[in-house]
Each structure stands twice: as structure tokens, then as C-alpha cells.
Design a protein around this ligand. Sequence first.
Ligand code: PRP
Ligand code: HPA
Length: 178
Amino acid sequence: MNLVIKGKELQLYFSKEQLNHMVVKIANQISADYQERHPIFIGVLNGAFMFMADLIRAVDPQLKFQIDFIKLSSYEGKESTGIVKALSGLKNDIKGRHVIIIEDIIETGLTITAVIEEMKKLEPASVKLCACFLKTGKQKINIQPDYLCTEIEDKFIIGYGLDWDEYGRGLDQLYYIQ
Ligand SMILES: O=P(O)(O)OC[C@H]1O[C@H](OP(=O)(O)OP(=O)(O)O)[C@H](O)[C@@H]1O
Ligand code: HPA
């Protein structure tokens, strides 16, 4: 059955299996890089919730880590407002900690740049960026994630935590609209 949101038919971009394969690969890299360093994974809400849940379940069960979340928002409908609003903050003191920021998508790079700037003020030992998707050709600020599932074309994507006006976040595969 075709999936339709706001009158637009969704096209499959990545299947569950393809997403899982990419997530497991970077979870293995993180597990190898962070042995003995007790990292703290900080998810950027809302979009990162599904990617973060899958990533966390795929890291080495022996790895000692914490999780936390930060909530920001800049998109209304399909467009960035260009204004990044910090809505709520961290529960943990990250001073001296090894932070891995978990983001669903980097498009202009404005959101993640604001997040990294905020994090650095809190004097962590290190900050690395782990992103699920990087939309090519859209960056206003050049950001290269330390861990990345995949680059994607310039299409509006939905599912796997990402929404279109709050529709579609729960889809467990990635779709795009024409
Ligand atoms: O690189 P950028 O152009 O800044 O876009 C990326 C950001 O946009 C989306 O968040 P959004 O503001 O839509 O909030 P949400 O995560 O709650 O959907 C997405 O989750 C990223 O955080
Ligand atoms: O393509 C996208 N889809 C959903 N949310 C987004 N936030 C930035 N880019 C996107």
C-alpha cells in the first residue's frame, strides 16, 4: 500500500535493512574508538530519537556510557527558519567528558553548529559528531561528521525520526517526497 502524507506519495529511499546495516557499521566504529572512555551520547531532539535508539542498541554492550538529550528546533514545514531555538538543556554535567552528539540530519549545518558551540562552552574533554544523514550541496556551514551513516541527495526526507510538519516520524524506513 502506498504511503501518502498531505496528499504526496512517499517514495522509499532506504529500507529497514539498509538503515540497520549503516547504523551497525558506525556503532561498531564508535565501540572500538571509545573503549575505556565512558562517552556520553547526546541526542538532538526530536529527530534523532529513532536513530539514537537503534545506535545505542547496536553499540558494544560492554561499553560504559551515558545518554542525554538536547532539544532545539529550526524547521517549520519543509524550510529552515534559519533561527535555531534552544528549548531545553542537558541533565548531565559534561565538563571533562567525551561527548558524542547524535543528530538525524545535517542540511544547512546551522542547527548542529549551534549545538556544538553550546557544548563547547561546557568544557567537555572532546566533542565528536555522529549523524545519520548529510544532505549534499545544502550546507551554509561546512560540517563533516566524525561518524556518518550516509550522504543523501537534495530531497526532502521523511521517516526514521524525521517529520514533515510532524507527520511521518514513526516510519521505520526512510522515504522522500518528490
Ligand atoms: O542542518 P539544518 O538545516 O539546521 O537542519 C537539520 C536540523 O533540522 C531538523 O530539526 P528541526 O528543527 O526540524 O527539529 P526536529 O528535530 O524536532 O524535527 C533536524 O532534526 C536537524 O536537527
Ligand atoms: O529533509 C528533511 N526532512 C525532515 N526534516 C529535515 N530537517 C532538515 N532537513 C530535513
